[in-house]
Design a protein around this ligand. Sequence first.
Ligand SMILES: [Zn+2]
Length: 79
Amino acid sequence: MFMCKDLVENMMDYIDNELDMRTLEELEKHTSECPECRAFVDTYKRMLELTGKLKDRSFVTPEIRERLKALLKSKIKPC
Ligand SMILES: [Zn+2]
């Protein structure tokens, strides 16, 4: 069962289009059923698009990934 905390774990790979098909399906199924995660993904994508970072992969260093993960975890409550 895909949980909100799993979305946080897979968020960066999702943005990078690096998820395998099965995980991608689970994630998209979850966001279609969980308004909080859907809003979160939308906000996150919009933020990346606004800053143009979505196209600049070099921006996402492992260090930034870890910091983003920590940030995401603090924003989403486990459910
Ligand atoms: Zn959720």
